[in-house]
Ligand binder design. Structure first.
Ligand SMILES: Nc1ncnc2c1ncn2[C@@H]1O[C@H](COP(=O)(O)OP(=O)(O)O)[C@@H](O)[C@H]1O
Ligand SMILES: [Mg+2]
Length: 346
């Protein structure tokens, strides 16, 4: 460690690894130990491949820097780590000319900005879609009244009563469409916030759903009862959790176990804002999982995997959660689906 620049690397917040001319690890600063949850003691002198599970892209970046004998920056470099799985990093590889040939690797985590950018894009797109749908629903609803009225008049003029079967179809379908359009146009209710206990919300949903499906459904509770009160609209939050739990119960065809979980979450970023504390609510089921072809779209209006579904339950849930500055996400595979709702405190 005779190098002059090592002491200054020691205190850097940036994760830094130094490689010798054989691409063996010569130095690993504390920030790198932290980021990769590795101890430098066991790594010095070993090839860089030993520290990670997947170094394909890293080795390519190192090659670039060595070939050009110039600094090479790779955005969105994927590195497989033992502690955290795949990490997305910005990596700068810089050849250093000192007494020996060293290569300096700097790592900056990218996960947060990437995820944030995706969330922002999603949010913008969702809002644009909602607007489009509302306008469309409005345009459809008006002529529907005319169609229904005309069918009624026609029915009165019909001589053969058997022909009413047809006018009835027109009237009933017009009614069904009108109901759907009204759901799409449901007024963006202004929420009424008050201090509430999230567990009251969950208990209410639990008893409602158990009353609908008394037999084979089990709803377990895994609550952190020390959670502080939350400022929120109780009716909206009941609707949010109810829509999620009902979906789970429907997916399991009423048979299986749903777990309602609450936890405190610290330092979370929710729709562009950082919060010190948030309440995390999870609804987990052991059903078949969200159909793969629907995974990117289930929050969109009118997207449903059920023949009698309207595809509005999760849209509404997302709207309501957004009105609480919160977020809603899910993870799903056959046998385990988990919806996570984050609600910021204050
Ligand atoms: N827990 C779950 N397990 C499996 N699929 C789910 C689950 N939750 C939601 N889904 C899928 O998402 C779709 C959309 O849900 P939602 O917006 O509530 O509309 P709807 O219930 O009217 O279909 C459902 O039809 C279903 O295919
Ligand atoms: Mg639903």
């Amino acid at each position: 460690m005779e190098n002059t620049f090592l002491p200054s690397l020691e205190h850097l917040a940036t994760a830094v690894i130094l490689l010798d001319e054989q691409s063996r690890i010569a130095y690993f600063n504390p920030a790198a130990e932290n980021l990769f949850a590795l101890s430098s003691k066991n790594l010095i002198g070993h090839p860089v491949q030993h520290a990670f599970t997947d170094t394909g892209q890293l080795v390519a970046a190192i090659q670039q820097a060595l070939t050009n004998n110039a600094s090479y920056i790779k955005h969105d470099l994927m590195l497989g780590t033992y502690a955290h799985g795949k990490l997305h990093l910005r990596c700068a590889a810089t050849p250093l000319q000192s007494d020996k040939h060293y290569l300096l690797l700097e790592f900056h985590p990218m996960d947060r900005p990437l995820k944030l950018a995706r969330e922002e894009q999603m949010l913008d797109q969702t809002q644009a879609n909602r607007l489009l749908l509302r306008n469309l629903a409005h345009e459809i609803k008006n002529p529907l009244g005319g169609i229904r009225g005309a069918a009624q008049l026609l029915e009165q003029e019909l001589e053969k009563p058997s022909l009413r079967e047809y006018t009835q179809v027109v009237i009933q379908e017009a009614d069904r469409l009108r109901l759907l359009m009204e759901k799409l146009l449901a007024p963006q209710n202004v929420p009424h916030f008050s201090a509430l206990n999230i567990h009251e919300v969950l208990e209410r949903v639990r008893s409602l759903v158990l009353a609908e499906r008394p037999k084979e459904l089990v709803i377990e509770r895994d609550y952190d009862i020390s959670l502080p009160p939350l400022m929120g609209d109780k009716e909206q939050l009941i609707q949010v959790i109810l829509n999620i739990v009902r979906n789970a119960a429907q997916a399991m065809q009423g048979q299986g176990t749903i777990i309602l979980r609450t936890r405190i979450a610290r330092q979370v970023t929710l729709i562009k804002k950082r919060h010190r504390l948030a309440i995390m609510v999870q609804v987990e089921d052991d059903g078949p999982g969200v159909p793969v072809h629907l995974r990117d779209k289930i929050f969109y209006p009118l997207v449903s995997g059920r023949p009698d579904g309207h595809g509005l339950g999760l849209t509404l849930a997302q709207d309501f959660v957004n009105q609480h500055q919160g977020s809603i996400e899910f993870d799903s595979e056959p046998g385990s689906t988990c919806f996570t709702v984050m609600l910021p405190l204050q």
